[in-house]
Design a protein around this ligand. Structure first.
Ligand code: HPA
Length: 276
């Protein structure tokens, strides 16, 4: 692990939050508009927070937004750094450590993902029930190195990483809003390449319902720190062996689809926040 508790406290101490946030939220590709709903926001660009990872991908503003959403004190990471951008995973996940240090005990993590399950369609929202951390399985973890027991235990139980109670609440909220939520397993790849057709067949065989390039390391760190996690994937496209229909490329398609999905994702998250 790259940061010990003293270093995390030092970084978190730079953020003069006027209140203690209860919930941390990470906005995925095309979904950064979520943070625009935060009331009386205090906005801090990552560049002003020591050691925060640079965010270089279009669609990820790279700022921390503190304020209130649906009456809850929240800290929103408006955009995230991805492993493929080059920072070590310890640094990629530092924002999660900082959210925890500021007081957040719950993490709502969102992402854009390619749909693998044939029953899905582009535009669906999927509650993440579990993940397959291919990057982790290949030997990259934000927890590598000496463990600081003040941050969490050496060995982390990842069964039940995606909190059952939070999923139940999300399903109830979805029902009330008339949103048909999907549920499934998210596979994380390193990216930045999209998958080959053979890789898509492989991912389906291993039981993945959606595929993306983020989230798993953040959830590992959140669970290490004892946070409850709700994960929501926006199925921005079906991973059917591309190419995209968009001339500008698949990333543009992902961002555009996110814009369209934003209202229902926002309603879902606000509904969940109202009940936790
Ligand atoms: N593959 C990987 N990551 C993604 C995709 C995809 O098809 N869509 C959005 N993120």
């Amino acid at each position: 692990m790259m940061y010990d508790s003293g270093e995390v406290e030092r970084v978190a101490g730079q953020i003069r939050a006027p209140f203690e946030p209860q919930v941390g939220i990470i906005t995925g590709s095309g979904l950064s508009g979520l943070a625009e709903e935060v009331e009386e926001p205090l906005v801090i660009p990552y560049g002003e927070i020591a050691d925060f990872p640079p965010v270089t991908v279009e669609g990820h503003p790279g700022q921390m937004v503190l304020g209130h959403l649906a009456g809850k004190a929240v800290v929103v990471m408006q955009g995230r750094a991805h492993f493929y951008e080059g920072s070590p995973l310890g640094r990629i996940t530092l924002p999660v450590r900082v959210m925890r240090a500021l007081g957040a005990d719950t993490l709502i993590v969102t992402n854009a993902a390619g749909g693998l399950n044939e029953g899905f369609k582009a535009g669906d929202l999927m509650l993440i029930t579990d993940h397959i951390n291919l990057v982790g399985m290949a030997g990259h973890s934000p927890l590598f190195g000496p463990n600081d027991e003040r941050l969490g235990p050496r060995f982390v139980d990842m069964s039940g990483a995606y909190d059952k109670e939070l999923r139940k609440i999300a399903l109830e909220v979805g029902d009330e809003l008339g949103l048909e939520l999907r549920q499934g397993v998210y596979a994380m790849l390193g990216g930045p390449t999209f998958e080959t057709p053979a890789e898509i067949r492989f991912l389906r065989l291993m039981g993945a319902d959606a595929v993306g390039m983020s989230t798993a390391p953040e959830v590992v760190v959140a669970r290490h720190g004892g946070m409850r996690v709700l994960g929501i994937s926006h199925i921005s496209n079906m991973a059917v062996g591309h190419p995209t229909k968009k001339e500008e490329g698949l990333h543009e398609e992902v961002l555009e689809a996110g814009q369209k999905a934003l209202p229902k994702l926002l309603a879902l998250i606000k509904g969940v926040l109202g009940r936790i």
